[in-house]
Design a protein around this ligand. Structure first.
Ligand code: SAH
Length: 269
């Protein structure tokens, strides 16, 4: 990177940086994330991290994939944390790179706790989470003054693989004007049914934003009740964010980005 008019912390050997890469578009990396990529000895990255972001790593950087591949299960969480600790104890600069923000439905907290308990020094670099930045790429604001004074982030998929049962669906349906679901496609019908059973208007606006902020971005909008059918008809695949609420209607005016045909420019940062 060109010299910046301020200083960034040095990436010291033996440290782990737990870094969010944002949702897709490598242009959404923070300066700290780009700096970490340039400085790391080893990068342990997840499935949703964009290849363009990884290309920022210096030649010779060890790149370790820690996501699912070819239908095989991902490495277990304990084995990922153990490898972070081992690399750090071997004196490496360890970059743990995750999609979006590391502390939003990304198990970053579990990894940070393991590092803290092992006495390994670490830094957390937040990233732009898909439930905010991904929606923005679809022209859907997380809040507007006219529509919602609150927004709720919900996972549609508990660690058991089922719809999370710790959620009071009636309260959620009635209490949050905008609800943003992560990992919601598998149980979309159940989620929609529970929201409507909890008092949500079946005709409320809703959207699915798949592969947000990537060249493969697809956006489907419709009523809440129709969303599962639209998802199937359009063959929408994960990763996707599902959003329910009146902010979705802003997309009519704010759909500023369509991946195909977007002019791109090479800039030096
Ligand atoms: N830490 C991540 C979330 C990890 S959970 C973050 O802050 O964004 C994985 C889920 O995130 C996916 O199932 C999907 O719901 C969402 N997601 C991540 N990247 C996405 C993208 N580019 N487009 C749409 N959804 C995305």
């Amino acid at each position: 990177m060109e010299t910046l008019p301020f200083t960034l912390p040095a990436f010291e050997p033996g440290w782990v940086w737990l870094v969010g890469a944002g949702p897709g578009d490598p242009g959404l990396l923070t300066l700290l994330a780009a700096h970490a990529l340039r400085s790391a000895d080893v990068v342990v990255y997840d499935a949703l991290v964009d290849k363009g972001a990884l290309a920022l790593a210096a030649p010779g950087t060890e790149l370790v994939y820690a996501g699912k591949r070819g239908g095989k299960p991902s490495p277990s969480q304990p084995s990922i944390t153990a490898s972070l600790i081992d690399f750090a104890r071997a004196g490496k600069r360890v970059l743990r790179l995750k999609g979006g923000d590391p502390f939003v439905f990304g198990r970053g907290a579990e990894e940070a706790v393991a590092l803290a308990e092992a006495g390994v020094p670490f830094r957390v670099v937040p990233g732009i989470t898909a439930g905010i930045g991904g929606l923005a790429y679809a022209g859907i604001p997380a809040t507007t003054r006219d529509t919602n004074a609150a927004v709720t982030f919900v996972t549609g998929h508990a660690s058991t693989g089922e719809v999370p049962d710790g959620i009071r669906w009636d309260d959620l349906a009635k209490g949050s004007p905008v609800i943003v679901f992560y990992m919601a496609l598998k149980h979309l019908q159940t989620i929609v049914d529970r929201l409507i059973a909890g008092g949500r208007d079946p005709n409320e606006s809703a959207a699915i934003v798949a592969s947000a902020a990537t060249p493969a971005q697809r956006v489907v909008t419709g009523t809440l009740a129709a969303l599962p059918r639209l998802c199937a008809e359009h063959g929408i695949e994960p990763p996707a964010i599902v959003v329910v609420g009146d902010t979705v209607t802003f997309r009519d005016r704010l759909a500023w980005w369509e991946p195909a045909g977007t002019a791109v420019e090479r800039v030096t940062v």
